[in-house]
Design a protein around this ligand. Structure first.
Ligand SMILES: CC(C)[C@H](C(=O)O)[C@@H](O)C(=O)O
Ligand code: SF4
Length: 472
């Protein structure tokens, strides 16, 4: 019998309290959770109704990020009464259940998947179940993060456990040297285009290969973050020295001898040689080009040098229909070169691409340039800490001089649950992760791409190849 385990298997095994004989499910111990104001209210109501308490309040962080305003002069006033109510209830729950809260005005506030690693809340080997699908981001740190629904949140809060069905293992090997202007965002977008938006449904993906080894920790997060757009409910990367260095001085990391012991054990967090993967994907990344999406699903994407595909040339009936629906919604014609797609908005933000390294790349493109007069550009840093750092490094001034709005942190126009909403017909180059119809506002159109590509598009006024901007 093959006893070699994958990194995913190791996380599950070390957190399994009990195996249920009948259906193969396990009772999984959850180390930590981060909850937002949007998906937690029903869970807290459920606890209150049954007079139940939270098993370990210290293992949970409440963080406001989805509905808060990002106006430059920050204040907690909401224009949206629904959002105001959610934040009010969130704050009451924090007091009632004695759980720590990062509210809108907290210096540590930000998008939960940016805040977690800044604060040292996500550490290698942990299992983190949170009320948001992009919890997969923590895979870049060697933690197992996955999103859960409201009834599961309630179960977790009351018991620190979840009834869990194990996923299959997929390995994605990424080899080669990324070309100039090609980022980890392009790598994950290329993977999703290759395997499809449901290509990893039922799987946890482990990413490995020289591309991962050479990426910074923040760039790795972009990949794990977006793995869920291929359907994966778990993303993994074996933690290495870069990860340990990244986490070492975060506020909640173990200190002194505890840190040394932790690192020693974290070094064992890798798949055993000979571990069995149910599915293998290999991508030679040397020839990858910057990617964009042209449709309303993250897999409707292609390299920027390409053109809008012709649905008529697609054999598969369902796919042909999906392509046609996408082109109708996006108001795009087959054969149009991607670089001719004119935009009205440029948005840089979201838990995929709003960290300091992303902003540095954006500043490189924008330095000394102005965005096109017909484009409204918005940069929303992933956290208040990122914002302050970008200001200290002089990046914010470059953005403002280029004509971008420099905002406060939050999810913002990634899903338009606050006042940052596009109007019908607007077309946005966006560094976010979802391009579903209406995602950034009813009737609006989204093109996903790397933050540097968004910056280049903002300057050009249409989608463009960032490599022209970095080379001249
Ligand atoms: C609101 C939340 C449930 C949702 C998610 O789980 O991902 C959101 O963050 C998103 O990106 O669509
Ligand atoms: S930034 Fe976007 S993708 Fe990330 S948690 Fe917020 S809404 Fe979801």
């Amino acid at each position: 019998m093959n006893m070699a385990k994958t990194l995913y298997d190791k996380h599950i095994d070390s957190h399994t309290i009990k195996k249920f004989d009948d259906d193969g499910n396990v009772l999984l111990y959850i180390d930590r959770s981060i909850l937002n104001e949007y998906t937690s209210p029903q869970a807290f109501s459920g606890l209150r109704e049954q007079n139940r308490s939270v098993w370990n309040p210290k293992s949970v962080l409440l963080n406001v990020d989805h509905v808060n305003p990002t106006r430059p002069a920050r204040n907690p006033e909401m224009t949206d009464s629904g959002g105001a109510l959610q934040v009010k209830y969130f704050t009451e729950n924090s007091r009632f259940f004695d759980i720590e809260l990062f509210d809108v005005m907290d210096k540590r506030q930000g998008i939960e998947h940016v805040v977690a690693h800044e604060q040292g809340l996500a550490m290698p080997g942990m299992v983190i179940a949170a009320g948001d699908s992009h919890t997969t981001t923590y895979g870049a740190l060697g933690a197992f993060g996955f999103g859960i629904g409201t009834s599961e949140i309630e179960h977790f809060l009351a018991t620190q456990t979840l009834v869990y069905k194990k996923l299959c293992n997929m390995r994605v090997t990424l080899e080669g040297q990324l070309g100039a202007g090609v980022t980890s965002k392009d790598v994950i977008m290329a993977l999703i285009a290759r395997i499809g938006a449901d290509g990893a449904t039922g799987y946890a993906i482990e990413f490995c290969g020289s591309v991962i080894d050479n990426l910074s920790v923040e760039a790795r997060m972009t990949i794990c973050n977006m793995a869920v757009e291929a359907g994966a409910r778990g993303a993994f990367m074996a933690p290495d020295d870069r990860v340990f260095a990244y986490l070492k001085d975060t506020p909640r990391a173990p200190k002194g001898e505890l840190w040394d012991r932790a690192v020693e054990s974290w070094r064992t967090l890798k798949s055993d040689p000979g571990a069995k993967f149910d599915k293998e994907v290999y991508i030679d990344c040397s020839r990858l080009e910057p990617f964009i999406t042209w449709g309303i699903s993250p897999d409707q994407a292609g390299p920027i040098t390409d053109a809008i595909p012709d649905p008529q040339s697609i054999e598969d009936r369902q796919k042909r229909h999906d392509y046609q629906t996408a082109l109708n919604y996006m108001e795009l014609k087959p054969g149009t070169p991607f670089t001719e797609i004119r935009i009205s908005h440029a948005f840089i933000g979201s838990c995929t691409n709003s960290r300091i390294e992303d902003l540095r790349e954006v500043a490189k493109v924008l330095a000394g340039k102005k965005i096109a007069p017909h484009v409204r550009g918005m940069i929303v840093p992933g956290s208040t800490q990122v914002r302050e750092r970008a200001e200290r490094e002089g990046l914010a001034q470059i953005f403002i001089d280029a004509g971008f709005e420099w905002r406060q942190s939050g999810c913002s126009m990634c899903l338009a649950m606050n006042e940052d909403v596009l109007s019908p017909g607007d077309r946005c180059a966006s560094s976010t992760n979802r391009n579903f119809a209406g995602r950034q506002g009813a009737g609006s159109r989204t093109h996903l791409m790397s933050p540097a590509m968004v910056a280049a598009a903002a300057v050009a006024g249409h989608l463009t190849d960032v490599r022209y901007f970095t080379e001249v």
